[in-house]
Design a protein around this ligand. Sequence first.
Ligand code: NAD
Ligand code: G6P
Ligand code: MN
Length: 440
Amino acid sequence: MKKFSIVVAGGGSTFTPGIVLMLLENIKRFPLREIKFYDNDGARQKIIADACAIILQEKAPDIKFSYSTDPKEMFSDVDFVMAHIRVGKYKMREQDEKIPLRHGVLGQETCGPGGIAYGMRSIGGVLEILNYMETYSPNAWMLNYSNPAAIVAEATRRIKPDAKILNICDMPIGIESRMAQIAGLKSRKEMRVRYYGLNHFGWWSRIEDLQGNDLMPKIIDHVKKYGYIPLSDTAHVEASWNDTFAKAKDVSALDSTTLPNTYLKYYLFPDYVVKHSNPDYTRANEVMDNREKTVFGSCRAITEQKNSSAGHLEIDEHASYIVDLASAIAFNTQERMLLIVPNNGSLENFSSDAMVEIPCIVGSSGPEPLVMGPIPLFQKGLMEQQVAVEKLVVEAWIEKSYQKLWQAITLSKTVPSASVAKAILDDLIIANKDYWPELK
Ligand code: NAD
Ligand code: G6P
Ligand code: MN
C-alpha cells in the first residue's frame, strides 16, 4: 500500500495534537511515511511540535517528522496539505466577538460582522498556503478546514478556480453523530443524508438508514422537544455548546420538514444570542482559558518529561473525517461526504456560482456533487441574502473596497441597520490594521 506525506498548516493549532493521534489511530487505512508541520509563528508551533515528536517517536518511529516556518522545506514532497490556520489567532477572535457586541450585535467566530472580519484576515493566509503547495508540490491536494470556510471557499473559487483545494466543515458531522444516537444507531455512517445550504447555514432534507427507512420523523420529533441533545447524553461539551445544541429546538420550529444546522441560531435568534452573551467574556476567552491552556500545558509536560503519558491529550476521533476525505482522494473510495463546492445546478433554483454545502461523491479526481433539486422559498431567501454577504466580502478584499465591506455588514441578517454596520466596520478597521488590506 502506498504511504503518504502530509504537511499540517497551522502546526501550532490547538487541534494539531488530537489530529496527529487520530492519524496514528487510522494509520492502517491511511498509511503515512512523513508528517511535517508548518506555521508562521515558530514559537507557538515549537511547543506543539516538540510534544508530537515524542508521541510519534514512541508510537510510530518509522514516520519521518519535522517542523519549520520555512515554506519551501515544509511544502516540498507532500501529497496532502491539511490546513487549519487562524490568522490573527485568539487575540483577534476576541476582537471579532467583542467589537460587534459593543454595538448590540452578536459576536461570533464565523457569523455576522465577526465572521466577516475573520474572513478579511483569512483570505490572504489561505491563498498563501495554497500558493506554497502549488509551487513546491503541484500534484498535492489541500484539505482546508480553516475558517470562515464559506468566505475562504468563495475566495479560492474566484481567485484560483482550478486549485486542488477541498473545503470541509465538521459541524454537520458532529450534529449527525448526535442524530445517529437519537435514532438508536451506532454511528452516523449508518445514515445516508440529503443536505443543502451554505457553510454554517444549511438544512437536512432527508435522513435514511442504510436500508432506506426514513429516520426524519423520529429525529424531528426528538429535536422539537430537546434540540440535538440525546436522551442519554454522555458527551463532554461546555455549557455554551450545550446551549447551541439545545437551541436547535427553537430553530427547528421554523420549518417542520427539514432539520437545521446549529449555526442558524445566530441568524434566526440574534436577539437571544446577544442577551445570552457576556460582552467582557466571550467564546474566545473560554477557549483560551480551557482548550488552549490544557493542550499547551500537556505538550509542555510531555516535552519536559520526554514521555507522552505526562500529558492529557485526547484523540480527536471526530476529526477522522479528514482521513475519510484524504482516503477518498488517495484510494478512490467514492465515499459520500458533505463538501463546500460551486453549486453548478445542484440546487436548481439557486445561483450556479454560489459556494454551497452539499453531498458529493469523492474519488481520485475530486468531488462529484449530487443534485439536491429545488429548495423551498424560506431557505432560498435566507441563503440568497447570506451568499451575497459572502461574495461582497470577497469582492471587498479583492478591490480593497470600503463600500462593499459596508454593504456586506449591512446585508448580514445579524445587523439591524446601515448606521450600526458602519460603526462596527470603523472599529473593525482599526482593530485589523495589521491584517486587512487598506480599504479605499
Ligand atoms: P489556533 O489559533 O490554536 O491555531 C491556528 C494556528 O494557525 C496558530 O498556530 C497560528 O500561528 C497559525 N497561523 C495563523 N496564520 C497563519 C498563516 N498565515 N500561515 C501559517 N500559520 C498561520 O486555532 P484553533 O482554534 O486551533 O483553530 C484553527 C483553525 O481551525 C481555525 O481557523 C478554526 O476556525 C478552524 N476549525 C475549523 C473547523 C471546521 O469544521 N471547519 C473545526 C474546528 C476548527
Ligand atoms: C465547529 C465548527 C467550526 C468552528 C468550531 C468552533 O466545529 O464547525 O467551524 O471553528 O466549531 O469551536 P470552538 O470550540 O473553537 O468555539
Ligand atoms: Mn465549521
